[in-house]
Design a protein around this ligand. Structure first.
Ligand code: ATP
Length: 912
């Protein structure tokens, strides 16, 4: 279909050629047929690693390869049972690694589908939201500012439409679009003003287009590969761990060489020592670390999805744990975005409006809004006409006279909640846009944008053209020269302007969001640009409430405990912002902490960064101010999360350490710039994500602590034994077994451990902090030494008590395994001992430890395994000794912590 020169055809002909009704769209049967015929609207994407390669990849580790080679050699030399067991252990290890990596990949894939773009289309006469992949040729797609165009389209409606096409044409300036046909069939793509291309973004206006090509047939398909998706970037921690891994390999290698050399010098058999050395190296190198980190990150990301936080860039998971400032929009994020007009100011009167929710039933106290000559009536009419929202009942659009449909169905709104609230208020007075539009027709629109803070429309009425304007009172009043009163239009004096602004302030102080409405008759020849907004007649103010979200109030409290500064950034009036911030708990105490856009303009970047830690509310700011705010916080060394929805927010969202986009109201452009998307647009979700981020980092520390202290224990056991001239306490196959039993399941279970209760009561982590900071390194060193010395102690005592070598090794072997299985419970918390954390609070871990215990018992008590692993059954005194040495430290530390913490708790209570 690409070959067609759609741009030279009138749009109606294009719709005809594609067999679609432009006002109704396709029917679903036809959509299915076309989807089958042309396939999904996707560009060919790179496939993930095939599971077979993923599995084989587990054997690429150098030490594993050496061990494999050694095993083959030992097999050839007749040690068949040994060779088979080692192979089996290596394969089980590889399966574990494979499962971890496979899970990690799968989670990343499902993540990708979560952030998949959507499209708005007209089908069977109804507007629908569908995955962009389901768009077919002939679909009528609807686009708004900030949307990405889902396929190649021929525009059939374009309202002030500007599209950024640099990805396709290299042209960095937005291109203005129209619907008229072009004459030249060979017009270059960049100049085809009536066409829209897949992947380009609307930066202004809105419109509709009929899809002419999808998937690989689009112009973007030709340059395939430019697809935007979740980036599988490595996180800084993963990079640092990779670095650490290299060091660990080197150190382990050197220690193993030392063990081998010392052994040989002491007269041990070369072959035996070589095997021991390689096995020790395989056990000591925490090769599972990167995979467990990925799983911990991926599992955390899935947990965040359940809490409505969708991560787009993996590094954000870590950064979340370091967040010190969360800058949030007000409307919809901190507030419910369910607005209700409560007060109207017109002709000097303040009129209260009653009624709840979106039900268009309510009274206007002190005025009759149905009186045509009353300016209140005009204010509501202007507000209803300068409006793109719709009132719905059970999802069906409702217009005035048809409102009896679905009697008990709840009322709702579609579109901008501010505009929806206005429609409800107008409907309470019996004013419906659809009814008004029978006598007048909209011929132009200057859409609302957060910079202009107003919106205007031009209607063709029987009395000639009229401009209707609504917007922020300070912006609109500036453009007014007259006022509509019950006596007619009068001159608007400065005194009168001031008193209107006082009325505005009074409303704002009561946390009302206020909009002014104004109008102006136009001459027929007047161009439809910002000129229509000059010399307006002021008609009234509409004040609406937008209650704070209860969950946001709670989340702000949590932020404070967690050492995070919550900041509100809003386009709303300073007094409204201040009142809402007080209700939310963002502003405490009296004045201060609030800065308005105008003040911000007068403040230099330097001054701003000096003052910024004292500011909690930015009011009447524009999206470009957000960028300055992010930079100022960053300059002060803060780690900033910043929310955004509109296209103009994208630069600030990108600049922030954690860019947060709104899932429901956010534009595609902002979502793509973000590292996290909020499924429910709720501030509390950001805080929940921070909590998860901290939890994930804690979990990574938990299993690093576990893996490294265990590995250190294993290496020390062997190293010290050779150093002091003891016989080898463990055989190669036993070393490999210890590694399998302890490093596999228990470590994985630690990776999915729950968060500690006080996780949001401590300050944020410093961004550059080493993974071993806050005493982790010493914990690892001390416990590793304990494990090593304990194992050796049991070995020596056994020999001293006359136990034979077989028994002594079995005892050392079992001590090493159980020391680790006890220690894994200690690793669940850095402050609390096992008794406070509770054994059964992570059932995965309990299950993993049970499985490992059964595995170890079978090696000791199942006869054929005894032969392979060179073990012998143990008697009770041996078990008592083993369990005391292995479990002693955990129990003693647990008790000490219990006493210390309960004593500290008591002193805190006593002090309090
Ligand atoms: P936040 O950034 O917290 O979402 P906000 O939603 O209040 O704040 P904007 O949407 O930029 O910020 O609105 C700024 C001002 O523009 C509002 O205070 C209001 O006076 C005016 N305004 C908002 N929506 C409209 C609209 N649809 N038409 C006309 N004016 C509007």
């Amino acid at each position: 279909m690409r070959q067609q020169a759609w741009h030279v055809l009138p749009w109606l002909d294009v719709a005809k050629a594609l067999d679609v009704h432009p006002a109704k769209g396709l029917n679903l049967k036809e959509v299915r047929r076309r989807l089958q015929e042309v396939g999904k609207n996707v560009l060919a994407v790179k496939k993930g690693t095939h599971p077979v390669f993923l599995f084989l990849g587990q054997f690429k580790d150098f030490m594993v390869l050496v061990l494999l080679a050694a095993t083959v050699v030992s097999g050839l030399l007749g040690e068949i049972a040994d060779a088979i067991t080692i192979l089996a252990i290596l394969i089980i290890n590889a399966i574990l690694g494979f499962v971890q990596e496979f899970r990690a990949e799968r989670s990343m894939e499902s993540l990708r589908s979560l952030t998949a773009p959507e499209a708005r289309v007209l089908r069977e006469g109804m507007e629908q939201r569908i995955p962009a992949t389901d768009v077919v040729p002939g679909d009528i797609v609807l686009v708004d500012t900030g949307d990405r165009i889902p396929a190649d389209v021929r525009w059939i409606q374009a309202v002030n439409m500007q599209v950024e096409e640099s990805a396709l044409t290299g042209e960095s300036h937005p291109v203005t679009k129209s619907i008229s046909p072009l004459h030249d069939e060979f017009t270059p793509m960049a100049d085809r003003q009536n066409m829209g291309y897949m992947g380009t973004a609307l930066v202004n206006g809105r419109g509709a287009g009929v899809v002419v090509a999808t998937g690989m047939d689009t112009e973007m398909g030709v340059i395939a590969g430019m697809i935007q998706s979740v980036e599988d970037e490595e996180t800084p921690l993963q990079k640092r761990l990779a670095e650490l891994g290299k060091w660990l390999v080197l150190i382990s290698f050197l220690v193993c060489v030392a063990v081998v050399v010392t052994g040989i010098l002491r007269g041990e058999d070369f072959y035996k020592m070589f095997f021991t050395g390689v096995s020790l190296a395989v056990a000591a190198i925490p090769e599972g670390l990167p995979a467990i980190v990925t799983v911990a990150l991926a599992v955390g990301v899935q947990r965040m999805v359940k809490r409505q936080a969708i991560i787009r860039k993996l590094p954000a998971v870590e950064t979340l744990g370091c967040a010190t400032v969360i800058c949030s929009d007000k409307t919809g994020t901190l507030t419910q975005n369910e607005m209700t007009v409560r007060q109207i100011y017109s002709d000097g009167r303040r009129i209260s409006v009653s009624g709840e929710g979106y039900d268009p039933k309510g009274e206007f106290q002190g005025a009759d809004p149905e009186k045509e000559r009353d300016p209140l009536n005009s204010a509501l009419k202007i507000a209803a006409l300068c409006n793109n929202a719709t009132l719905t009942k059970k999802g069906v659009q409702v217009a005035g006279l048809f409102r009896s449909k679905g009697k008990d169905a709840p009322w709702g709104i579609e579109g901008d909640p501010t505009e929806g609230a206005i429609l409800v208020a107008a409907a309470k007075a019996g004013i419906w846009r659809e009814v008004l539009e029978r006598k007048q027709k909209r011929i132009g629109e200057l859409p609302f944008d957060s910079d202009r803070k107003r919106m205007s429309v031009v209607y063709e009425t029987k009395q000639g053209r009229k401009a209707y304007v609504k917007g922020a009172p300070d912006m609109v009043l500036r453009l007014c020269q007259q006022e509509l009163t019950r006596q007619g239009v009068v001159e608007l004096s400065n005194e009168r302007k001031r008193s209107i602004m006082r009325a505005n302030d009074e409303m704002a102080r009561h946390a009302l969001r206020v909009l002014a409405v104004a109008e102006k008759p136009l001459a027929d020849a007047e161009p439809l640009d910002e000129g229509v907004e000059q010399g307006l007649t002021f008609v009234g103010l509409l004040g609406m409430i937008d209650p704070p979200r209860a969950s946001a109030v709670k989340a702000i409290r949590v932020c404070r405990q967690a050492g995070i500064k919550p900041v509100m950034i809003t386009g709303d009036h300073r007094l409204t912002a201040e009142a809402v911030a007080h209700e939310l708990g963002i502003l405490r105490g009296e004045n201060g902490g609030v800065v308005s856009g105008t003040e911000l303009e007068r403040t230099s970047d330097q001054e701003l960064s000096e003052r910024i830690m004292d500011i909690s509310v930015f009011a009447r700011v524009t999206p470009k101010d957000k960028l300055r705010i992010v930079r100022a916080y960053k300059k002060r060394g803060q780690v900033v999360a910043m929310t955004g929805d509109g296209v103009n927010d994208a630069p600030a969202v990108k600049e922030a350490d954690i860019g947060v986009a709104m899932g429901k109201t956010g534009t595609d452009v902002t979502k793509e710039a973000s590292s996290m998307v909020l499924g429910d647009d709720n501030f509390a979700t950001i805080v929940a994500a921070v909590e998860e981020g901290r939890g994930i980092y804690d979990n990574i520390r938990k299993f690093i602590r576990y893996l490294l202290s265990c590995n250190l224990g294993e290496v020390l056991t062997m190293f010290l034994a050779t150093l002091v001239g003891l016989p080898l306490p463990l055989l190669p196959i036993q070393i490999l077994w210890v590694n399998l039993v302890t490093d596999g399941l228990p470590a994985m279970a630690l990776g999915v451990d729950g968060s500690e209760p006080g996780i949001m009561n401590r300050p944020p982590r410093k961004p550059g902090e080493s993974i071993f900071a806050r005493g982790l390194a010493s914990k690892i060193a001390v416990r590793g030494t304990f494990i090593g010395l304990g194992t050796l102690l049991v070995f020596v005592v056994a020999l001293f008590m006359g136990v034979n070598m077989l028994g002594a090794r079995t005892m050392a072997f079992t001590t090493l395994v159980f020391s680790q299985l006890f220690h894994v419970f200690d690793c669940r918390s850095e402050e609390r001992g096992i008794f406070e954390v509770g054994i059964f609070t992570n059932l995965y871990l309990v299950g993993a430890v049970c499985i490992s215990t059964i595995m170890q018992l079978s090696v000791i008590y199942v006869a054929p395994l005894q032969v392979i692993f060179k073990t012998t059954p143990l008697v009770s005194w041996q078990w008592i000794l083993i369990l005391c040495v292995a479990g002693g430290p955990s129990v003693l530390i647990g008790l000490a912590r219990l006493l210390k913490n309960s004593w500290q708790g008591k002193t805190v209570i006593a002090k309090g």
